[in-house]
Design a binder for this molecule. Sequence first.
Ligand code: FES
Length: 368
Amino acid sequence: MEFLIAPIIVALLASLLALIISIVDKHVNNYGDVEININKGKKVINTKGGDKLLTTLSSEGIFIPSACGGRGSCGSCKCEVSTDIGPILPTERPYLSPEEMNKNTRLACQIKVKKNLDMYIPEELFNAKEFSGIVEEINDLTYDIKEVIVSIGDESIDFVSGRYIQLVVPPYGKIKEYTQRAYSISSKPSEKNKVAMLIRLIPDGIATTWVHNYMKVGEKLKLIGPFGEFQKSDCNSTMVCIAGGSGMAPFKSMFHDMLEKGEIDREVWYFFGARTIKDLFLLKEFQEIEKKWPNFHFIPALSNCSPDDDWDGEKGLITDVLDKYLKTEIDSSKHREGFLCGSPGMIGACNNILNHNGIRDIFYDNFS
Ligand code: FES
């Protein structure tokens, strides 16, 4: 045990030092009043300096995506700051491409507001809000995927199918701080007073463990959003959509929205990859959509089907099933677009298959 004493003392001293620096910085360095000019005057904030840009903006009702809750580990809080605010920090570098660095892109959770700033964010972010919700339903879809439906009462959410929302997870058990995680919205845009998500349990995942083991119907929570760029295009090209697991969420929203709006001339091929029969869910729902929408084709496929399973659908890796349909069933004389939602591995593999079959316009929602 003695060999642990020195590292523990060093770690404690380092934490103490960091705490003292942050307290001194907050109370001794007075950055005074500052003006944050967003998108050339579209929004001007007058506030006190000294806090992180992300926190300063959210306290003024401007929400930038922050899937990690401001810890500098997701890279989603990017914004362009045209005022010189010092060199790019080592904590920002892993998330910024050379082009982004040249365009003065910064991570809002890593930089501090010390003087007047000019910055740019996508205009759509002006619509992102913090919602107070109540958990209305928690439904088991499989042994490790739950559908969570949150009522936002009299508030109303405006979004395009394909967007995501950040769930604010309260402290629980050994987790002592609030944290945030991003989930695609599975409800349709016309359902203005509720937000549904499909959440798969990730072993030791802070948010998913809370949802699966602690969250209760009737509980109050906060949601922030909507965010994201994933959505269907406005043209009439054939949609080749591929999802795995909870990657079902944005497609569920999209297809119900299209059906509701009568956009059923468009041809859609929806491939859903799962390992075993236990991992399949909402089959009936998509089979119902197929009945109402003749151009809609739902192809669930199992990669680890056992001979005893009662399954007469497609078998094999989703990439192989996709390749087979692209070569034999899906009309290649029409313009086709790919839409992917799932793990980075699945997206990469399906992206290659789409490319090999001549599909160049590919959009994806990556779970990484
Ligand atoms: S919020 Fe995650 S990196 Fe800034």
